[in-house]
Design a protein around this ligand. Structure first.
Ligand code: ATP
Ligand code: MG
Length: 420
């Protein structure tokens, strides 16, 4: 019976995986220059971590988690994101006693039971980072500046930083009252989700993507116009820092991250024209999260970006990402005696860092050459009994069709030293 892949997942095959590896490498190098260290954490955690760490009122917790009981009856959830796990680890490993701030980055798969569509999968890849232990606007600026540099280094075009402030508990309590008053007589014309948001988390009424709701919320009071003095100062400092670092941004009053412990700076990098799933990277400050998860009061800020969305944005920018590497040389052979010599040369090249192909399926010369053609090697050489006996072989440059006679025992050295 044929077994197919689960909906919303994919195999990342050679040809595609190189793009992931390239981006992951650029990301890791850059983040390390900014003082971040990598962290790995489990694919699954206790369900409660996400209920508290992502928040009960979010779409993720309400609709999207892969939750199951393990054999001992514990409720386990596949990670839908990384922040909650990083914060759990910070607390569990006593990182608050290390010099602050702690800067960590991660490179993970994440799992959400989603309505599958372009840019929205059930297993996807995320690159993210967190800074724990700094409430300074300098942390916000450093992260945004780093992300801006990362995207331009990759060559992404049409990706814009949208930034906003959603204030703190003090400004938000007052603001939620204003929102309730504004929406009270308009709810009948809004979607079911918004009716729930009105009760549980009014701020999220602002970022509903449904047309009929966004038309209504257009005239709603915006939090950024109602910040308390210290949140206002924080935001002004962030904006000043972005200006000073020449990091372009748009202040977008509609960007909200609707969790209780998200405060102040929130942001998204939004791609123009990649369709509905246009948020490539999202993040914000979460000064209440460490405490919420049982640690001491510690400020934090972080972000995550979807690799699949980043790759499609890059490809839309016309960027050619690295693809499969071609072999430097294909060594074909005729007969057992020549095979043994060919195998030695291949082995030596490979252990000296050269990608070399050789047939191991005992194929005819014709079949080997056909295979070689598909592999697109830069050079080709054929070893037969005659070549072995005379210690002479012909190396062919497959792109220029140039040929050259060389001694067999010089092939390894020539290829390694790039002197054909
Ligand atoms: P969206 O509004 O698109 O549902 P989100 O707010 O759920 O996004 P976050 O939790 O902020 O997304 O995740 C950060 C990033 O991870 C997103 O900006 C996106 O690039 C990526 N991402 C989120 N969910 C998915 C998914 N199901 N498939 C692919 N990428 C995703
Ligand atoms: Mg989502």
């Amino acid at each position: 019976m044929k077994i197919s892949i689960p909906k919303g997942t994919k195999d990342i095959l050679p040809g595609e995986i190189e793009k992931y590896k390239y981006i992951q490498k650029v990301y890791a190098n850059l983040l390390e220059n900014f003082g971040f260290k990598q962290i790995r954490f489990p694919v699954f955690e206790h369900t409660e971590l996400f209920q508290r760490g992502v928040g009960d009122t979010t779409d993720i917790v309400q609709k999207e988690m892969y939750t199951f009981k393990d054999k001992a009856g514990r409720s386990i959830t596949l990670r839908p994101e990384g922040t909650a796990s990083v914060v759990r680890s910070y607390i569990e490993n006593g990182m608050s006693s290390y010099p602050q701030p702690i800067k960590l980055y991660y490179d993970i798969t994440a799992y959400r039971y989603e309505n599958v569509q372009k840019g929205r999968y059930r297993e996807f890849n995320q690159l993210g980072a967190e800074v724990l232990g700094s409430d300074s606007p300098n942390a916000d600026v450093e992260i945004l500046n780093m992300l801006n540099y990362f995207f331009s280094k990759l060559g992404v075009q049409g990706l814009k930083l949208h930034v906003n402030s959603i204030g703190c508990k003090v400004c938000r309590t007052k603001y939620n009252e204003m929102l309730k008053e504004f929406f009270a007589d308009k709810l009948d014309n809004m979607c079911e989700d918004c009716k729930q948001r009105y009760i549980k988390n009014p701020m999220r009424l602002i970022d509903c993507k449904q047309e009929k709701c966004s038309v209504i919320s257009k005239d709603a009071p915006m939090l950024i116009d109602n910040l308390c003095d210290s949140c206002k100062e924080h935001f002004e400092n962030v904006i000043r820092g972005l200006d000073e670092m020449n990091t372009p941004y748009i202040i977008n009053k509609r960007i909200v991250r609707g969790l209780d412990y998200y405060v102040r700076t929130v942001f998204e990098f939004i791609a123009e024209g990649i369709g509905a799933q246009d948020t490539v990277c999202a993040g914000g400050r979460y000064d209440g999260l460490v405490e919420e998860l049982g640690g001491t009061d510690t400020p934090g800020i972080g972000f995550a970006m979807g690799l699949e969305r980043l790759i499609s944005t890059l490809e839309k920018s016309g960027f050619v990402l690295p693809y499969e590497k071609n072999p430097v040389i294909f060594i074909a052979y005729i007969g057992e005696k020549a095979y043994k010599v060919a195998r030695k040369i291949a082995n030596e090249l490979r252990i000296n860092g050269i990608y070399c192909e050789i047939d191991i399926n005992d194929r005819s010369l014709k079949a080997q050459l056909k295979f070689a053609d598909k592999k697109n090697a830069l050079y080709n050489v054929v070893l037969g009994e005659n070549e072995i006996d005379t210690n002479k072989a012909i190396i062919k440059n497959m792109s220029t069709q140039e040929i050259k006679e060389v001694s067999i025992d010089s092939i390894t050295k020539r290829i390694i030293e790039n002197k054909i």
